[in-house]
Design a protein around this ligand. Structure first.
Ligand SMILES: N[C@@H](CCC(=O)N[C@@H](CS)C(=O)NCC(=O)O)C(=O)O
Length: 223
């Protein structure tokens, strides 16, 4: 029985984790732009209609960070999740959650406001506050990277999967450019074989990343 991952977006985190752990899975695309209301099979999995979700036997779950914690607990132990008595545990736990609650959740609303809101609402107070929240949390990442190559110390963990996803999202959408330390960090985490395999599995993410890289290049040429 293999694990099914529904949807990319933050589902990329889950695919990346599964690749790092060497667990077989199937990716079932969910096209939010086509309208999730047209996908009753997915709505039966997650009636709230957001992605990602997983199905693992009788288990159905949403929330990318909770899903990663479930998979590591269920199929670990894994070096991606330091033991609670490991000195790296506190930083690991903090950045695992900061990657979503502090970074991805806030920058997501900046991006959807800029792209989907009515013209007059695109830079409204909420969107500006969300960007401020992202930037203040990013400062904690920058400070940690001055101390260690990965967020929990010397070893790559699931906290890096969580935060790398958010940083790449900010960079690709042009919502918040990254500094040198963050760029070097992202190059380090995305240089992993597990990341590359996840990219090959997540075709929509791969196409979006290529498009974003091409438009960044043409913006640089124009500047
Ligand atoms: N905290 C959730 C966020 C999920 C989320 O917002 N997903 C986005 C795409 S990556 C989505 O489905 N947005 C559409 C919606 O919320 O209706 C997680 O980490 O899984």
């Amino acid at each position: 029985m293999t694990i099914t991952v529904f949807g990319e977006g933050r589902g990329f985190r889950v695919a990346w984790l599964l690749e790092e752990m060497g667990l077989p899975y199937t990716l079932r695309p969910v096209d939010l732009l086509a309208g999730v209301e047209n996908d009753p099979e997915y709505l039966a999995i997650n009636p709230a209609g957001f992605i990602p979700a997983i199905r693992d036997g009788d288990v159905t779950m949403v929330e990318s960070i909770a899903i990663m914690e479930y998979l590591m607990a269920r199929y670990g132990p894994t070096p991606l999740a330091p033991h609670p008595r490991d000195p790296a545990f506190a930083a690991y736990q903090q950045f695992l959650h900061l990657g979503e609650a502090g970074l991805a959740a806030s920058i997501y609303f900046v991006v959807v406001s800029r792209n989907l809101a009515p013209e007059a609402e695109r830079q409204n107070w909420g969107a500006r506050k969300a960007l401020e929240v992202f930037q203040s949390r990013l400062g904690l990442v920058t400070r940690q990277l001055a101390r260690s190559p990965y967020l929990a110390g010397d070893a790559f963990t699931a906290a890096d999967i969580s935060v790398t996803y958010a940083l790449e999202f900010a960079e690709r959408t042009g919502a918040a450019p990254l500094g040198e330390a963050e760029q070097a960090y992202v190059a380090r985490t995305t240089g992993r074989e597990g990341y590359k395999r996840a990219m090959d599995a997540c075709q929509a993410t791969k196409a979006w990343a290529a498009e974003a890289a091409a438009s960044r290049k043409s913006r640089r040429r124009e500047a």
